[in-house]
Design a protein around this ligand. Sequence first.
Ligand code: EPU
Length: 454
Amino acid sequence: MMDMFCVEGGHSLRGTVSVDGSKNASLPIMAATLAIDGEVILEQVPQLQDVATMQQLLQSIGAAVEQHTDGTICVDARDVRSSAAPYELVRQMRASVCVLGPLLARFGTARVSLPGGCNIGHRPIDLHLRGLAALGADIRLEAGYIVAEGSKLRGADIDLCGPHGPTVTGTCNILIAATLAKGRTIIRAAAKEPEVEDFARFLNAAGAKIFGAGTSIVEIDGVAQLHDVRHTVIPDRIEATTLALAAAITHGDVTILNAPTTHMTYVLNAFNLIGIPIEATHDTLRIRAASIQRPARLTAEPYPGLPTDCQAQFMALLSTIAGKSLITDTVFPERFMHAAELVRMGANIRIQGNSAIIHGVTRLSAAPVMASDLRASAALVLAALAAEGRSEIRRVYHLDRGYHAFEQKLNQLGAKIQRTNDGPQNVVPRPHLDSLQPEKQRISYRHTEPGDHM
Ligand code: EPU
C-alpha cells in the first residue's frame, strides 16, 4: 500500500513556515564522510527518505551512523573495510553515485552499481567517470557495476562540461577524489550550485584545500588525510521556492523563515516577472500574492539560473495565470512528466522539444493524479491547492524523498491536505527504467581531452 494525498483546493495560505536543510547538499556530504578519518557531525540534515537511503547505504558499507531528532547526523567511517555499493540500495536513489569518489579516494578501489534509469530523463554519469579517469583511475563497467581502481590518484586539469552544462554530483565526486590525490587539480566548468560550495566548505573544514568552489574554476591541492569535522548544512532553496509558490498559487500571504535568499536570485526575478510581490531579507521571504499575476517566459538553467528542480512547480503556477507562458528546461530537456498530469487538472500545456507552452486557465479543477517524480509531486500538490474541489495525488512516496512533513507545513498555513492510504488495489510497482544501452556496458573509461563528451 502506498500513501496518497487528498487535497481540498481553494484555501488561501497564510502564516509563517520554516525551511529545512538542503537535500542536495546533505547527500554528497554524507557520502563524503566515507573518506574521512574521524568523527563527522552534520547539523540541519533534513529528515527525508533520500537521507534515510543514504544512511542505509553508508551503514551497509560499514560506517557507524546515528541520526538524532534535532536534525543532527553523526558518522564515523574509520572502521569501514568495504568499498562496494550494492545495486539494491543504489537503484533506489541516483545520488548514491556520490559514494564513488570517496570510496576510490580512501581505498584506491570502488565497486558501485550503475544507478539505472530515471523518470526525469536520460542521466548519464560519463562526466563523473571522465573526471576520475583524468585523476588516474582505471574505470570499467562490469555486470552493471562501475569498477574504479587507482591507488595513486594524481592531480590533473579536468574539464567537466557536458552537453547540458556542468554536473553537480559529478563535481562533488571529483572534488573529494582530487582532495586525496597527490598534487594540484584544476576543475574547469565545475558546477557552481550552492550545494557544491557547501560540499567544499565541509571538506575544507575537514582539512581539504579547495579554492574557488561556487565558481566555474576550482583548484584543489591534495592532502594526505581528512579529519574530524562539524558542519551545518545550508537551507534548502528548492523547498523555500516550493513554499513560496504555494503561497503564490493560493494568493496567500506567507512568511518563510530560514530561506537562503542569496541562493535564490533568479527565483526572486521570476516572481518579479510574474508580478508577485516578494520581500526578502538575508534569510526571510514574505510573499503577498496579488490577485493579478502575469504570464512569463522562464528558462531552467545551471546555477545561478532558475533551478530545474523548480521548473515543475513554476509550471503549476503559470497554468493558473491568464495568457501564454513558456518554460524551457536546458538542464533536463525531457523533464515534463508532470505536464500530462497538470492537463488532467484542466491546465492547457503543450510540450515542444525542451519547452512547455502554457495557456493559463481561470481555474484548475480537482482530479485524481499520479506523481511521477519528486518535483512533479510538488507541482501536483501546488495545483491541487489552487484547484476547485478535492484532488487525489497518488505515489506521494516521491514527495517524501525530498520534502519533510510537507503536508503538515502546508496545513499549518491553512491548506487542507490529508495523507491516507490508496489501498492494495492501486498498488503499481515502482517503475524501473534501465536506460543503459548494452553496448555502453563494454566501454572502458580513460582520460580524454576537454570537450570530448564520452
Ligand atoms: N550529465 C551528463 N553526464 C554526466 C552527468 C550529468 O551528461 O556525467 C547531464 C545530465 O544528464 C543533465 C545535466 O548534465 O542533463 C546536469 O546533471 P547533474 O549531473 O548536474 O545532475 P545530478 O548531479 O545527477 C543534481 C541534483 C538534481 C538536480 C540536478 C541539476 C542531487 C542529489 N541531485 O543531480 O536534483 O536536478 O543536480 O541541478 O544533487 C531533485 O532534487 O529533484 C533533483 C533531481
